[in-house]
Design a protein around this ligand. Structure first.
Ligand code: BMA
Length: 300
């Protein structure tokens, strides 16, 4: 999808969260950037997840700076997790204000009405998503505080989804020329597999001609989700196609959501391309794990 598909005028659409609904259809919560440069979120639905997208006629979730000053400069990059215990979806999104980017949460059952929980991670923080169930009696959220000179992936826990604490760094950025040096962040929410939590994470590699956003894999222990078992030595997914190489921000692939098909193995990864459009890549979770075993070194 591109801005040309949108029922109202926007500059660009990218970085959608995704869910498979009970009726088998796919819902994307897309980031749409308007002509002022600020972003809001808008729902697109498709029966087969590929064609005939029905897009809400107006923004689905807009910034609300009157009640939430942390959203003054827009809301971006939603990641969606279904929480069976409370039978609600939780959307973790970037709230952008003059103080920088923080993490906000909203609950929904229908993607029409949202219950905002407000800012839960103050700036500078982003790239957040929840695990689907409590671990040790606490909710767990992966996030990416901005640190200097490197930014790493962290996890925090909460008894009630509102108050988050016990932050712990779980995956550091590498150094020097590594593909995932300096700045990394969670991509979509982690996937629970028999072998552990499979995480797609992105890197922002600095080069002489700008930044390249690519995606690699890491695997975390199922029982001890803070322990990284493996991380990939290279990226598995990077900008190649023209629409990934060229756009408002060149050389960006940025997945925020996926759905897993009924076979339990086929993954449909929805991602932003060059901060301009939305694309879909399909793959196999089993093959991704196999690739990780062939292309990894132990954890952190
Ligand atoms: C990241 C995020 C993404 C964006 C990417 C490339 O820091 O802000 O929303 O797609 O940069 O511009």
């Amino acid at each position: 999808m591109t801005a040309a598909d949108w029922p109202y005028s926007v500059n660009s659409v990218f970085n959608p969260g995704a869910v498979l609904l009970e009726d088998g259809s796919t819902l994307l919560l897309c980031r749409a950037e308007d002509h002022s440069g600020l972003s809001h979120l808008c729902v697109a639905r498709s029966n087969d997840g590929v064609t005939d997208w029905k897009i809400d006629p107006e923004p689905t979730l807009s910034p609300d700076p009157t009640n939430h000053p942390e959203e003054l400069w827009g809301i971006e990059d939603p990641r969606i997790t279904f929480l069976p215990e409370i039978k609600k979806y939780v959307v973790a999104y970037t709230a952008y204000s003059p103080c920088g980017t923080g993490v906000s949460l909203a609950l929904t059952t229908d993607f029409r009405h949202f219950e905002r929980l407000g800012l839960v991670m103050q700036p500078l923080n982003k790239d957040a998503a929840l695990l689907p169930r409590k671990i040790g009696g606490l909710w767990a959220m992966i996030h990416r505080p901005q640190c200097w000179p490197e930014s790493h992936i962290w996890i925090s826990s909460s008894p009630d989804l509102k108050h988050w604490g016990t932050p712990r760094m779980i995956l550091p950025a590498r150094l020097g020329p590594w593909w995932d040096a300096a700045k990394i962040g969670l991509s979509p929410p982690p996937i629970e597999t028999n072998e552990g939590w499979l995480m797609f994470y992105h890197s922002a590699r600095q080069t002489a001609s700008g930044t390249i956003y690519r995606v690699g894999l890491a695997l975390f222990d199922l029982g001890c989700h803070q322990t990284c078992l493996k991380r990939s030595n290279s990226w598995i997914f990077g900008p190649e196609a023209d629409y990934e190489r060229k756009g408002d921000v060149a050389n960006v692939v940025f997945p925020c959501g996926y759905v897993i098909e009924a076979d339990g193995d086929t993954i449909r990864l929805y991602y932003g391309c060059a901060d301009t459009s939305i694309a879909l890549a399909t793959g196999s979770i089993g093959a991704a794990l196999e690739w990780l075993h062939q292309n990894s070194q132990p954890g952190t």
